[in-house]
Design a protein around this ligand. Structure first.
Ligand code: HEM
Length: 415
């Protein structure tokens, strides 16, 4: 019987010859697609390079793959090299090119895993952030970065109603991959994880299947799993002044984060079965908006002004004192605002209870984590929504500014 290894080699050689013949025979396009399917005219490409990282004010895509990693190497050089490689690979993948250039060497694993070959860019964005533990872990300065840790980048405080699972919380580095095609988002996380092997391990991850925010005025407001329009009063990409004041870090504290942002991630499980038994009126009083139209209670259309002063015939506030939109409103929180960019998720079912394990994977960007802390202290204590949700994952990351070609994400940290 033939040696199986030999026959596999023979097969590969034959494939190699076949590939060459293809090129010679006018199959140039097919051959090129095996190594690089990027296409300048692909209108689904979101530029990777820029002053800020993509994936923040980018119109929210439909799908999410989020991953938090821990650094397992104690070498500063390994960390920096990986960030360089991640940047190159992310720039390539967001342009629908394979993660790396060499995909036809029969003797080595390809630089790209292959499942996104031939797919358009699908508006893929890759956004990278650094958690507090990257700078100091148990008092240890593993990478000589402790002096660069932003003062505001510390573990979030506990909030009333938290039920956090440490295995779904924290992380040294995060990658938020958003795309309109789940396979493209998965491909990005998979290839970055592969490239990071030996330097990082994945700590936890979350898939999201539907956006729960709109981040530009041209987008329709989607609905979250409670069936309510979500994102109506969000900060939009057009609100440049609000972005400057509430989303981008200014004032050079620290310098490497100037023009970046902070990202809060919370896995918020919805107690769907309980919610589904609540009356429509209860649901609307809980949120403070009309379920169908999205209008604030007492108003007519989705984008009508939220009138927190309005009283009904009974003398009570039309938008209840414990309604979600009242407690989260800037007017009730000294003008605090955040850019929400979350996704609906389901991880199947909770075997223990025989209930859906689903909810909202809350992602929000802000110039100071204190914005989230202020809001969540208030919501955690008083929000009528608490009867229907539990927060079971939490993380905070600093998100460095964007890069230009030749640079890499986080470069300022190592300067
Ligand atoms: C599962 C959890 C949550 C659900 C289902 C939910 C749902 C909603 C809905 C339906 C709206 C109204 C539409 C809109 O303006 O976007 C809203 C508004 C808002 N939510 Fe949430 N939310 C959740 C968690 C949170 C958390 C954790 C925060 C922040 C700590 C937050 C902050 C806000 C803010 C700032 C607004 C806008 C208020 C305004 O300016 O009118 N939400 N949310």
């Amino acid at each position: 019987m033939a040696d199986p290894r030999l026959s596999r080699r023979a097969l590969l050689t034959a494939a190699g010859v076949g590939g060459a013949a293809l090129v010679a025979g006018g199959g140039v396009v097919a051959q090129r697609q095996l190594t690089d399917n990027s296409d300048e005219s692909d209108s689904t490409r979101v530029p990777f390079y820029g002053a800020t990282q993509a994936g923040i004010t980018t119109p929210a895509q439909d799908r999410l793959h989020f991953a938090a990693f821990d650094v397992v190497s104690d070498s500063r050089d390994d960390l920096r090299d990986m960030l360089r490689e991640w940047t190159t690979a992310a720039a390539r993948m967001t342009a629908a090119a394979p993660a790396g250039p060499v995909n036809d060497n029969p003797e080595a694993p390809p630089d790209d895993t292959g499942e996104a070959l031939g797919l358009p860019a699908s508006r893929l964005t890759v956004t990278i952030g650094f958690g507090p533990t990257l700078f100091t872990l148990d008092g240890k300065d593993r990478f000589g970065l402790a002096a660069r840790q932003p003062k505001a980048l510390v573990e979030l405080p506990g909030f009333a109603d938290d039920a956090l699972d440490p295995e779904r919380s924290g992380g040294d580095i995060c990658v938020q991959a958003c795309a309109d095609d789940p396979q493209v988002a998965f491909h990005a996380i998979r290839n970055l994880t592969r490239i990071g092997r030996g330097t990082v391990v994945m700590r936890w991850s979350q898939l999201g299947f539907g956006r729960t925010s709109s981040t530009t005025r041209s987008q329709d407001t989607p609905r979250n799993l409670m069936g309510f329009k979500d994102g109506t009063n969000n900060i939009k990409a057009e609100d440049t002044k609000v972005l400057t004041d509430h989303v981008w870090v200014r004032g050079g504290e620290p310098a490497w984060l100037e023009g970046g942002s902070y990202l809060v991630a919370r896995r918020i499980r919805m107690l769907i079965e309980t919610w589904d038994r609540a009356s429509l009126l209860d649901q609307e009083l809980t949120i403070g908006r009309v379920k169908d139209s999205g209008a604030p209670l007492g108003a007519h259309a989705e984008f009508d002004k939220v009138d927190l002063e309005a009283k009904g015939d009974d003398g009570l506030p039309v938008i209840p004192v414990d309604a979600h939109i009242r407690l989260a409103a800037p007017a009730e929180n000294s003008g605090t605002r955040i850019l929400r960019r979350g996704y609906s998720f389901t991880d199947g079912m909770d075997e223990r209870l025989g209930q859906l394990d689903a909810g909202l994977f809350f992602l929000a960007f802000m110039s100071d984590p204190d914005a989230f802390i202020t809001l969540q202290h208030r919501l955690g204590r008083n929000d009528a929504l608490n009867e229907y949700i539990t927060h079971n994952g939490s993380a905070l990351f600093s998100v460095p500014p964007g890069v230009q070609p030749g640079g890499y994400i986080g470069q300022g940290l190592f300067a």
